[in-house]
Write a protein that binds this ligand. Structure first.
Ligand SMILES: [Zn+2]
Length: 255
């Protein structure tokens, strides 16, 4: 099964365990955006190799936010190849484990009477969802504007899901990597298309709705989310669809 989806010649979405990571290529060099669950390490290493690269080609790792499904394989990856890890200044404390903004075990267990939920909880538990992952090496990315990394990603802060949640725009590719600020499918969701995660995953639902404006203003016509498939079309349209169907529990939702 091919887990790699080519967005452009140098931008690749890779599907892990119900979560995505992204590889950006520039010549022999790579940027990794997010890193799957702890037990996605094998898939992560395989995805680098499948593109004809080695882990030593990684020039840097960018993090959208410090949840276990996005940073799980990173400690072992960094042990093999100590690449620099960057995130929003407000996310660094979460990455270092000094603060937590993640759904609790209770949030998950209390909903497990629903079959769809129980299936998902089991899948992600096997992938290491209950591991406490810390990335002490994480540092704030320097200033606004394109970063000096393969793919020239530009941080687009969109706080709410976590305090320092950040999307990354690839202006040349007309693409935005939206992390969990805007997704396109999830095992717990009854529909596909641009949407928001269930409210209990989100630290500040009102902020996360407001932060969609930061994405809406971009010129991108390709949305590469943290969960779900690539979505093609103006990002403004994706944002409007997600807002119109904001799940229950989102404070400030329209309807
Ligand atoms: Zn996620």
């Amino acid at each position: 099964m091919d887990r790699i989806h080519r967005i452009t010649d140098d931008v690749f979405l890779v599907r892990g365990t119900a979560v995505n990571w992204i590889l950006l290529r520039e010549g022999r060099d790579l940027t990794l955006v997010d890193a799957g669950y702890p037990r996605d390490l094998g898939l992560l290493l395989a995805s680098v190799e499948q593109l004809g690269h080695r882990i030593e080609d990684l020039r840097g790792v960018l993090i959208t936010h410090a949840h276990v499904d996005h940073i799980g394989a990173l400690p072992e990856l960094l042990r093999r190849h100590p690449a620099p890890v960057y995130a929003h200044p407000d996310e660094v404390a979460l990455l270092r484990g000094e603060k937590h903004e993640q759904a609790s075990t209770w949030d998950v267990v209390s909903r497990s009477w629903r079959p769809r939920f129980a299936r998902w909880a089991l899948t992600v538990a096997r992938a290491g969802a209950r591991t406490h992952v810390r990335i002490p090496e994480a540092v704030p990315f320097p200033g606004p504007g394109p970063l000096d990394l393969p793919g020239r990603p530009s941080p687009v802060p969109c706080p709410g899901h976590t305090s320092g949640h950040t999307a990354y725009e690839l202006a040349d590719a007309g693409t935005v990597l939206t992390g969990d600020a805007l997704i396109t499918a999830h095992p717990l969701s009854g529909h596909s298309g641009p949407q928001l995660l269930p409210a209990f995953f989100t630290h500040d639902t009102r902020a996360s709705l407001a932060a969609l404006d930061a994405l809406r203003g971009l010129g991108a016509d390709t949305v590469v989310p943290g969960h779900g498939p690539v979505w093609r079309g103006p990002v403004a349209k994706a944002v409007d669809a997600a807002r119109a169907h904001a799940p229950q529990g989102y404070r400030g939702r329209q309807r």
